[in-house]
Design a protein around this ligand. Structure first.
Ligand code: PMP
Length: 466
């Protein structure tokens, strides 16, 4: 990489970002009562030093307060995978709130069993509970996994991301030991006491860790998607399932992002058989939700322990939340799953992502760049590494914050009402550990990897306004 050339090019794009976005800059500068100038500190993680301020979003398009329209390749980092404000979801929300009434009541609504039944059909496991975020779904399911197995630790893969779940902020050191992840905010206890981190695709390391008998659950995404996309080797998931079976360890699959693989996520698309599935974000069209599903046998064994007074799952035992399972989330999830994220919508999204990924691949090859691009269904990201990384650590090492920021700004600075261009994807050029800035959608999301994405449809799912 010719830094002597890149550095001034980036400086020019930053200057342009400031000049073409006076409204966004003003909103950011005036927000003196927002910690770091944004409603959630993640939103500062944006190319150019300040985020675009959202005016509105519909389908696959986002408009900022300066009147620029962008094609959104980030889609709220999957939260808006169904497109922004899909009309069936808007209608269902209005019906729930205006016609029926009842946003939070701590009472079950009829939609809940419909949603759980649909998730069972899609993901295989049959006993579902709801949360308000995928983070909470993971937290609560991990507690239940420790309860069911009587084991204290979990296993995750280095550079995984499963939400702000204490046990998961770990990486694998070069000697194979588990370390607290750089930047981990004041952990209550050293996470190497609760967690073993090994490299993705390293079944030998998984086998060694599980042989100790102290691991309650392996928690993984089907492919890592938060450090670019790191795809599983052939046979990796089969090996993982076998090792879990041999050692009585639960297999917990986080489909929050890999839902992009199809209507039943990678679990169905790749034939996985988890004991626990967690998900959130997209399943309610952008309304807060999280969900975890347990296999029938796991659900029964937990209930037996509860009946035996070994744990409290109905009051203050550490599983649950006041607004969880609320009727608004349930109505939005039913509308999303029945009318928006349908099998037909996935067919369309995946075909578009295939096309886009193919074109990115062609560009990489024709320019002989040492980069790669990987795809899970409708989600796609590029990395500054070739061949594509096989582990989270390799992928982290390929990050280039400066290059990433340049690519994001180059695209967003050229967007216009007549000629919308992809605003960096939700993951297009990622960021994450590098303080770069990727632009994704006007609404930035969380920790991101440097890689580029290309996530989601370049036009909204079927039935959505473009
Ligand atoms: N699981 C995965 C795989 C994720 O990528 C994320 C967030 N990016 C989460 C869980 C947590 O989602 P949320 O921030 O909505 O709780």
């Amino acid at each position: 990489m010719d830094r002597a050339r890149l550095t001034p090019l980036l400086a020019a794009e930053r200057t342009e970002h400031r000049a073409r976005n006076p409204g966004s800059w003003e909103q950011f500068s005036r927000a003196t009562h927002l910690f770091t100038g944004v409603p959630m500190t993640w939103m500062t993680n944006w190319a150019g030093g300040f985020p675009l301020a959202l005016a509105g979003a519909r389908g696959a398009r986002v408009t900022d307060v300066d009147g620029h329209e962008y094609v959104d390749f980030a889609l709220g980092d999957t939260g808006a995978m169904a497109g922004h404000s899909p009309l069936p979801v808007v209608d269902a929300i209005r019906h729930r709130v205006e016609t029926l009434g009842g946003i939070t009541a701590m009472l079950p609504s009829e939609d809940a069993e419909w949603v759980a039944d649909e998730l069972t059909d899609r993901f295989g496991v049959s006993q579902w509970s709801f949360a308000l975020s995928a983070t909470d779904a993971n937290r609560w399911a991990l507690r239940l996994a420790r309860l069911a197995t009587g084991r204290p630790k979990i296993l995750v893969f280095s550079y995984c991301y499963h939400g702000s779940v204490d046990e998961t902020f770990v990486v694998t050191a070069s000697d194979g030991s588990t370390l607290s992840r750089p930047g981990n905010v004041a952990p209550a206890i050293d996470p190497s006491l609760t967690t073993v981190a090994v490299e993705f695709n390293d079944l030998d390391a998984v086998a060694r860790a599980l042989s100790t008998g102290e691991i309650a659950a392996v928690l993984t995404e089907p492919a890592l998607t938060n450090i670019g996309i790191v795809l599983p080797d052939e046979g990796f998931h089969l090996g993982l399932r076998s090792l879990c079976d041999e050692t009585g360890t639960l297999l917990m699959i986080d489909e929050t992002h890999t839902f992009s693989a199809g209507p039943g996520g990678a679990t169905r698309a790749w034939g996985l058989s988890p004991d626990i599935v967690t998900i959130g974000k997209a399943i309610a069209g952008g309304i807060p939700i999280g969900a975890f599903g347990l296999s029938d046998s796991l659900g029964r064994s937990i209930l037996a322990m509860v009946e035996d007074d070994q744990a409290d799952i109905v009051d203050v035992g550490g599983v649950g939340g006041t607004l969880a399972g609320n009727p608004l989330s349930m109505a939005a999830a039913r509308a999303t799953l029945s009318r928006v994220l349908t099998p037909e919508a996935f067919d369309r999204m995946i075909a578009l992502a295939e096309r886009l990924t193919g074109q990115v691949e062609t560009a990489i090859t024709s320019h002989q760049l040492p980069w790669s691009v990987a795809r899970v269904g409708a989600r796609s990201e590029y990395r500054f590494a070739s061949p594509a990384p096989r582990t989270g650590t390799e992928s982290a090492q390929s990050e280039d914050g400066e290059l990433n920021e340049f690519l994001h700004l180059f695209l967003s600075n050229r967007a216009g009402a007549d000629h919308p261009v992809p605003q960096h994807g939700a993951d297009l050029p990622g960021h994450h550990s590098s303080r770069r800035g990727p632009a994704r959608s006007a609404v930035r999301r969380g920790p991101r990897p440097p890689g580029g994405v290309i996530s989601g449809p370049d036009s909204p799912p079927a039935g959505q306004p473009n």
